[in-house]
Design a protein around this ligand. Structure first.
Ligand code: PMP
Length: 411
């Protein structure tokens, strides 16, 4: 049985005051904090093993290479990919999705084809497809969201058709906090001869993800949203598809032979990893995965749902506060976007910061969703497993105080 209250101690950054108040960090959908073990892994690598990978025959280079590749194996196990050849290191979700639009998209999407996304996508799962559609003369189509904040699966059944080449959907929305029915979408995509891409940025850090069980063709996520460092992420892809795809970047590390006028590529996964990679980042992500695995993704998921069960009714009870996405706690993850009547979300986030509570305000890189919901912006509190009920209470208290403050018209 994990004592989550003890885990907080692993995150030194949380023990500080902001504006003379103890910090309550609730911006985990943007990026998570790093446990000491991850910071130690970065330091250990640079202090003891720093060398370039896959090149030198000296001991440090061998150690760095072994640790880098070992981290790939940890990721493979974590997401249950069949083999490490299917696990590509990227800079993050954005890079993974851009690679796919270039590498898979440029090769396999034809004029007249359709690319299907949804209205709740992050910009990094919109713009690469807009660009691809423009390059190819393909059509970008959107799946709507139901009144109660779910992806409209009935509409998806109509939008995904025999013209669809790619379906690319977020596993968990970074605004609505809803989990999308990826398995059903994978089936729809496959029945129509399309590939299914999943933006897993908000899912992998919070729940057990098994890429084979989902049967997704590609799955992208970011290390920094799951206790790892920034600048490192993962793109999973099925071998048979990755084999057919060309690299996006060319240079050192990814080649087999370089002739004067042509070259050949290394085998998977290295053919996609040109240049010196983020070695320290990859190794530290491996440490983060050890840490998360030790706690257990099912425990993390259960604990976060307990927090949602605790905080959501309290938020809903605040007069004038609207939460976006599903209203039932069982359908909502720890990403809670909301507005308080009469207070601009930026003012709200500033007022909460004065109370030491860090939340985000803005369009959350989802402008089409904001437009769809007729909202200029929202505030967003997002929880992780090192948060607790006391953090939730501080959020509620700060919101009540802010409401009072604005009601009295002091400013
Ligand atoms: N997709 C979703 C759903 C996200 O929440 C984010 C990060 N906010 C991204 C993609 C992009 O991730 P990154 O900036 O790490 O590439």
């Amino acid at each position: 049985m994990i004592d989550f209250t003890q885990l907080r101690k692993d995150f030194p950054i949380l023990f500080q005051e902001v504006n003379d108040e103890p910090l309550v960090y609730l911006d985990n959908a943007a990026t998570t904090q790093k446990p000491t073990l991850v910071l130690d892994a970065l330091r250990h690598y640079y202090e003891n093993d720093n060398a370039n990978v896959h090149r030198g025959v000296h001991t440090l280079a061998e150690r760095a290479t072994a640790d880098y590749e070992n981290s790939r194996e940890k990721i493979r196990t974590f997401i249950n990919a069949k083999e490490t050849a299917e696990v590509l290191f990227t800079r993050g979700t954005t890079t993974g999705l851009n690679w796919l639009s270039r590498s898979y998209g440029d090769a396999f999407v034809q004029e007249g084809d359709e690319i299907v996304i949804s209205f709740m996508e992050h910009h990094s799962n919109i713009i690469p497809w807009q660009q691809l559609a423009n390059r190819k003369g393909a059509t970008l189509r959107y799946i709507s969201i139901t009144e109660d904040g779910f992806l409209d699966l009935e509409e998806a059944k109509k939008v995904i058709n025999s013209k669809t080449a790619i379906v690319s959907i977020a596993h968990v929305s970074n605004v609505l906090g809803v989990v999308n029915p990826i398995k059903e979408l994978v089936q729809l995509a496959h029945q129509n001869g399309a590939v299914m891409i999943v933006d897993g940025a908000q899912a992998v850090p919070h729940m057990k993800v098994d890429v084979q069980e989902l049967d997704a063709d590609f799955y992208a996520f970011s290390g920094h949203k799951m206790c790892g460092p920034t600048g490192i992420g993962v793109l999973y892809g099925k071998r048979e598809l990755l084999e057919q795809m060309e690299p996006i970047e060319f240079g050192g590390e990814m080649i087999d032979f370089v002739n004067l006028y042509d070259s050949t590529w290394k085998e998977l996964p290295w053919k996609f990893e040109a240049g010196t990679p983020n070695i320290a980042g990859a190794i530290a992500l491996g440490a983060a995965i050890d840490y998360l695995s030790e706690i257990g993704m099912d425990s993390i998921h259960r604990y976060e749902q307990e927090l949602v069960d605790y905080v959501m009714p309290k938020l809903q009870a605040i007069d004038g506060l609207t939460i976006y996405g599903p209203q039932d706690t069982k359908d909502h993850t720890g990403v809670l976007a909301f507005n308080l009547e009469g207070v601009h979300p930026h003012d709200l986030a500033t007022a909460l910061d004065m109370e030491g509570v860090a939340v985000r305000a803005g369009h959350h890189c989802a402008q089409p969703l904001m437009k769809y919901l007729h909202l200029p912006a929202t505030a967003r509190a997002s929880f992780y497993f090192y948060n607790n009920k006391a953090d939730a209470d501080r959020l509620i208290f700060a919101l009540e105080a802010t409401k009072e403050f604005f009601k009295d018209g002091i400013i």
